[in-house]
Unconditional design. Structure first.
Length: 331
């Protein structure tokens, strides 16, 4: 056996600047995350990009130290090419291009959504799952069919993570909102009826959020009860489309990945759906649920070993790059 291939991956789609190092043996050697936290409101793309630019050098240095590798040991550099916020993506791409050119190694542009699936597969050991990918920017049910991750259901407007973040911010629960809503929901006991919007295999969370905010501002309900009701409604929608997709694809494994995958109530509901259909349930480890450089490094390695490279002159970012546009030639 020859020397393992080492890939350095840079993630910069939104508020996290992540740098990871992975080896072709399937080992994650480093995973450094330096998050931008807005002073108020949501993510400001240009401010986040300035943050990423400021901390990129330190993040790369820390990742190399953590991995115990020298820059000349890097065989390939990968970066999140999309989807995501344009200014943030461009910052990460600029760092990745500079490193690839300086080190004289190939560059690989990675789809952020694909990376969430691939890191989930690596860390849980699943081979061909139905995947529920839930985060602040994406809400997708997908499975590998015919050489692509086909989308069987998705949000028609905002992502479930964004829904939770906005509600938490308005309720004064802090940022990021998902963990804060989960904690408050544990103290809630009264279910308050909220809009449940499933259209075929797709979902809509904007009406749910608008109504929940209206009830919050009315002052008639406990925040804990609203958090409990918001979670139960949103997650029931996710469970419904996951169950439908599972019945259609007949996959024997269900993978939960993305930042919202860390929510224990959602895990409980999707585990129940999987077991009802005689499928095994798997959830990505918490440190790889959030946006991270390790998932970009690992997916970049898979792509590189399958012969995929991105010429520097073609390494433009793709803010609206869909999951199902990627040819999964490494599967």
């Amino acid at each position: 056996m020859g020397k393992p291939v080492i890939c350095l991956g840079i993630e910069s789609t939104a508020d996290d600047l992540g740098v990871g190092v992975a080896s072709s043996e399937g080992r994650i050697l480093a995973n450094v995350i330096m998050a931008y936290t807005p002073e108020k409101g949501g993510i400001h793309p240009r401010e986040a990009a300035r943050h990423h630019s400021r901390v990129a050098g330190e993040a790369v240095r820390k990742a190399l130290e953590q991995a115990s590798v020298d820059p000349e040991d890097i065989d390939v550099v990968a970066f999140s090419q999309g989807p995501g916020m344009g200014p943030c993506l461009r910052t990460g791409a600029t760092v990745a291009r500079a490193m690839a050119v300086y080190l004289g190694v190939p560059l690989v542009g990675v789809n952020h959504c694909v990376a969430h699936i691939e890191i989930g597969k690596l860390t849980t050991g699943v081979e061909d799952p139905l995947t529920l990918y839930v985060s602040g920017g994406n809400t997708i049910v997908s499975a590998l069919e015919g050489g692509r991750y086909r989308v069987f259901g998705e949000t028609l407007d905002i992502a479930v993570g964004n829904c939770l973040d906005v509600f938490a911010r308005e309720a004064g629960l802090g940022y990021p909102g998902g963990p804060a809503v989960e904690e408050a929901a544990l103290k809630g006991s009264r279910y308050i009826r909220l809009p449940y919007t499933v259209k075929g295999m797709d979902m809509s969370f904007s009406g749910l959020l608008t109504h929940a905010l209206r009830l919050l501002r009315s002052g008639r309900y406990r925040v804990e009860d609203l958090c409990y009701s918001l979670q139960e409604t949103a997650f029931s929608m996710l469970a419904e489309i996951t169950e439908r997709a599972l019945a259609h694809t007949r996959k024997s494994e269900v993978l939960l990945t993305g930042g919202v995958a860390a929510n224990r109530r959602l895990q409980e509901m999707i585990r129940f759906v999987a077991e009802e259909h005689n499928a095994t349930f798997h959830v990505v480890p918490k440190e790889y649920a959030v946006d991270n450089g390790a998932m970009i490094a690992w997916t970049g390695l898979l792509m590189f070993r399958a012969g995929v490279e991105t010429p520097v002159e073609e390494s433009f970012v793709r803010p609206r790059w869909r999951l199902d546009e990627v040819e999964v030639v490494w599967a």
